[in-house]
Design a protein around this ligand. Structure first.
Ligand SMILES: [Zn+2]
Length: 164
């Protein structure tokens, strides 16, 4: 960062202290070029992620919306709301970890499908058929194969585990 007086890049920190109720750090610096002092503030950028829709439009990622979609898919299915909340949180974390600034909507949908595939096969089928708008059964079978083969190793729908 340049000194506001002379543009020199080298300066030393004289003092650091929390600012804005701990949300930022205020640093008093001294320029090594002109020896004048100035103050900097450092604060984390609010994480934001935009979802780019197939139409090209974009909207800010909304975890609540993801959760609502999963709740709808799980209507009358034996899936606990807490499990869905955790799943929505995993979707959010994974998106923020792997995408910078924006994510195509398919990245969101695929993650939701993967979570539902693990939680409840019926909910998965409901969600996938609306979201993917399958035109033929083979396309659907292919998606199921992809769910089975992708994601964390050994993902098997809970219902299948329980049936064993
Ligand atoms: Zn300076």
């Amino acid at each position: 960062m340049k000194c506001p007086y002379c543009g020199q890049l080298e300066h030393k920190v004289l003092d650091s202290r929390p600012a804005r109720d701990g949300e930022a750090v205020r640093r008093r610096r001294e320029c090594e070029g002109c020896n004048r002092r100035f103050t900097t503030f450092e604060a984390p950028e609010k994480p934001r992620l935009f979802v780019v829709k197939r139409s090209g439009g974009r909207e800010e990622f909304d975890q609540e919306k993801v959760l609502n979609g999963m709740v709808t898919a799980c209507r009358k299915r034996p899936v606990a709301l807490d499990d869905l909340r955790e799943a929505a949180l995993r979707v959010e974390r994974d998106l923020f970890d792997t995408c910078e600034d924006e994510a195509p909507s398919c990245e969101v949908g695929d993650r939701v499908m993967r979570e539902l595939y693990r939680l409840d096969p019926v909910a998965f089928v409901r969600f996938a058929s609306v979201y993917r708008e399958f035109e033929d059964p083979e396309e659907f079978a292919e998606t199921v194969r992809r769910m089975r083969d992708s994601g964390p190793a050994g993902i098997v729908p809970l219902a299948l585990i329980q049936a064993r």
